[in-house]
Design a protein around this ligand. Structure first.
Ligand SMILES: Cc1cc2nc3c(=O)[nH]c(=O)nc-3n(C[C@H](O)[C@H](O)[C@H](O)COP(=O)(O)OP(=O)(O)OC[C@H]3O[C@@H](n4cnc5c(N)ncnc54)[C@H](O)[C@@H]3O)c2cc1C
Length: 396
């Protein structure tokens, strides 16, 4: 068992940490409050190769894995810059296209994702379907060689910053007449489409969210969006389900890494403050166990989550997808809880300063709260663990 990073991974961690600190949390907050995006940070990270660490070298990436991308996500968050689009563009979209796209799709999209000049966001959630992806109502149907896509998506991050959105839809297969006399019901197969964000028939409406973030969420309306045949990810409809699942482990692992980084950031801010602030004689407020223990407890939870993230990423990079699925879900759960605890505890330890913009901790409350809901909620992870690990009957 080896818990050490390789020399290259260590260097990556140090270099990304330095880049994150160059920008810092005040940059992130200023962009969020002004309605801007973190373009400078994104493009510099792209130029330095950090956005493409998990993309094969032949498509302009670093040739690493999700371990490396998790390092990037964690270190930028630990510097106060938790960039949600790292989870959708390099983690989900690049993985899906690399593993299940056609060679033409890999050549067209991966170099831009690797250098940060292109972003592809991800749209699965729907107003009616929620956590139940079997109820997805977005459908794709054939029209000659083209596809026509219709449906609605909600909470889709970063559509205003991206050239394309990877849309999860369903396609009817079979004509209803197959089988033995009785009309067999049509089957709906999941399929992924790479849709230009300026495609005619695709409308977006920005949602007002109570999260301080430079990345926005959107409702998407797809009204017979016409797409060429090669917008479908993969060579055939059979690629749909594996392609969808391919994105899930990287999504969970990188979002968990972002949560762990955010937790580290908050604990560091609070510890610096409590070690020096004195309001009772000569002792720091951190000398009181009522202040120090909650911070220490949060630090333990964050470190436990980091360990699980490291395990999940190692399993994933070793091609052990099923085990990585279990570990990735557990890592995401642990990190979501730890990050929310760390930020809340840090706010409390800072007292009034905790609620100021200057100290930069309360600014993360909305984001870490969302981390217990998205991209997969804590309840759905507990359902997964209860059913698949503990052998409990499914309740829904
Ligand atoms: C900031 C943010 C960014 C997002 N970005 C994206 C994005 O880029 N792309 C995208 O596709 N989606 C995105 N989402 C959507 C996110 O993935 C969903 O919000 C999440 O999957 C939960 O779905 P829902 O909101 O429909 O909740 P629902 O499914 O309506 O669930 C509501 C509550 O009920 C609980 N619940 C539901 N079913 C069960 C059950 N069977 N057992 C126990 N509890 C249950 C849930 O855990 C949750 O607490 C984003 C959401 C947020 C908040």
């Amino acid at each position: 068992m080896n818990f050490d990073l390789t020399g290259e991974q260590d260097q990556l961690r140090d270099a990304v940490r330095a880049l994150g600190r160059k920008y810092g949390h005040s940059y992130f907050v200023q962009k969020a409050k002004s309605g801007g995006h973190t373009d400078e940070l994104w493009h510099e990270a792209g130029r330095l190769g950090y956005l493409g660490v998990n993309i094969p070298t032949e498509y302009g990436g670093g040739g690493g894995g999700i371990t490396e991308l998790a390092i990037v996500c964690e270190e930028l968050a630990a510097a106060g810059c938790p960039l949600l689009l790292l989870v959708v563009s390099p983690a989900i979209a690049a993985t899906v296209i690399n593993k299940h796209g056609t060679e033409e799709q890999r050549k067209r999209h991966l170099p831009g994702l690797a250098d940060g000049s292109q972003k592809i966001v991800f749209a699965i959630t729907e107003p009616e379907a929620g956590s139940n992806f079997h109820r997805l109502g977005t459908v794709a149907r054939r029209d000659g060689d083209d596809w026509l896509l219709s449906g609605r998506k909600v909470y889709i991050s970063g559509v205003d910053e991206a050239g394309h959105v990877l849309v999860v839809a369903r396609v009817a297969v079979g004509d209803g007449s197959a089988g033995s006399g009785d009309a067999a019901p049509q089957k709906l197969k999941p399929a992924l489409f790479i849709v230009p964000t300026d495609a005619p028939g695709l409308e977006k409406s920005r949602l007002d969210m109570e999260i301080l973030s430079p990345e926005n969420q959107f409702m998407l309306f797809l009204d017979d969006v016409r797409l060429p045949a090669d917008a479908l990810v993969g060579e055939s409809l059979d690629a749909g389900l594996p392609a969808l699942f391919a994105g899930l482990n990287p999504e969970r692992i990188t979002v968990a890494a972002m949560g762990a980084g955010t937790g580290r950031y908050a604990i560091e801010r609070a510890s610096e403050y409590t070690a020096t602030r004195k309001v009772w004689g000569g002792r720091s407020i951190g000398s009181h166990q009522g202040v120090a223990h909650p911070l220490a407890h949060a630090a333990v939870q964050v470190e436990l989550a980091r360990l699980m993230i490291q395990k999940a990423a190692a399993l994933y990079d070793a091609g052990r997808d099923l085990e990585a699925g279990v570990a990735g879900n557990m890592a995401k759960y642990a990190s979501g809880e730890a990050a929310a605890l760390a930020v809340d505890t840090a706010v409390q330890a800072l007292g009034g300063a905790g609620m100021t913009t200057e100290y930069g901790v309360a600014t993360l409350l909305g984001a870490v709260r969302a981390g217990r809901i998205a991209p997969v909620s804590r309840e759905m992870i507990l359902n997964f663990v209860a059913q698949h690990i503990l052998g409990q009957e499914k309740s829904y």
